[in-house]
Design a protein around this ligand. Structure first.
Ligand code: ZN
Length: 266
């Protein structure tokens, strides 16, 4: 047997893959050939390090690192998506449809009391309910110094976490001044999902009659009794939508709302 053939067959021989006859020939050759003995020693040293095992370990490490990287990316993506959804759910407002049992308009009597801003020396008027006047103011009411007016209060009874949007304008309809007021309750998508719509305890009250003409933001409220119409108008972003309308367009919006109350009010 030639050295080159023996060397070629040696790995198979070591793994016991050669035929008995070939193995015998190789054994005989090795016994008499220093060169091939040295070669056998060389490859036996190499294989004793068991490169296959080492490679497998290396591969496993790489695989683990890759999986770890993959799961970090997946975890980050899921977190970003979740945070995005939460932000959206908290910022997306949904107007509530009108519910006559839970959305009520009441009137109350009050007086406009002049107050002074101690910091800026500005005078402004606030509407005080007759029921909650201090003695001094009550005396002024009795002396006729303060005029009793009627105002409107909207309330959302037993509705959780609502926000109220209100807009009113004094417009001219058929030559008459009239105060048209729109309001709407909204909930966030978050609130709709995680808080029940109705609770017997919550109540949100807002005086609406006094709101000023939104066309002249910055001017004092118009504190005079006027024919007033209060509409419930379930529209998303009510204030932004109404603020860019002309008086005629503003008035026409009542066709999309429900008339809740009308009468003389401030
Ligand atoms: Zn040889």
């Amino acid at each position: 047997m030639k050295c080159s053939i023996v060397k070629e067959l040696l790995p198979s021989y070591r793994d016991g893959l050669t035929s008995e006859e070939t193995a015998k020939d190789i054994r005989e050759h090795l016994a008499g050939c220093k060169d091939c003995q040295a070669y056998e020693k060389e490859i036996s040293q190499k294989t004793s390090q068991d490169p296959s095992e080492e490679n497998a370990l290396e591969l496993l490490k790489k695989l683990r690192a890759k999986i770890r990287r993959g799961s970090i990316i997946a975890a980050v993506s899921v977190s970003v998506l979740l945070i995005g959804l939460i932000i959206f759910a908290r910022l997306y407002w949904i107007p509530l449809p009108f519910d006559a049992n839970r959305m009520v308009v009441e009137t109350f009597q009050g007086v406009f009391v002049t107050e002074k801003d101690p910091d800026r020396q500005d005078e402004y008027k606030i509407l005080c309910e007759l029921d909650s006047l201090d003695l001094e103011t009550a005396n002024k009411v009795l002396n006729g110094e303060y005029e009793i007016v009627e105002s409107v209060l909207t309330s959302a009874r037993g509705i959780n976490d609502v926000s109220q949007s209100v807009r009113s304008r004094i417009i001219e309809r058929d030559g008459q001044e009239i105060r048209v007021l729109y309001y709407c309750y909204s909930k966030t998508l978050w609130g709709s999902i995680f808080h029940g719509d109705f609770s017997p305890y919550r109540e949100s009250l807002t005086a609406v009659g006094i709101t000023q003409n939104t066309k002249d933001i910055g001017t004092p409220p118009v504190c005079k009794p006027l024919m007033t119409e209060v509409y419930y108008l379930p529209v998303r972003n009510l204030t932004e939508k109404l603020d860019c309308l002309s008086d005629e367009e503003f008035d026409a919006m009542r066709e999309q709302g429900s008339l809740i109350w009308s009468g003389m009010a401030v």
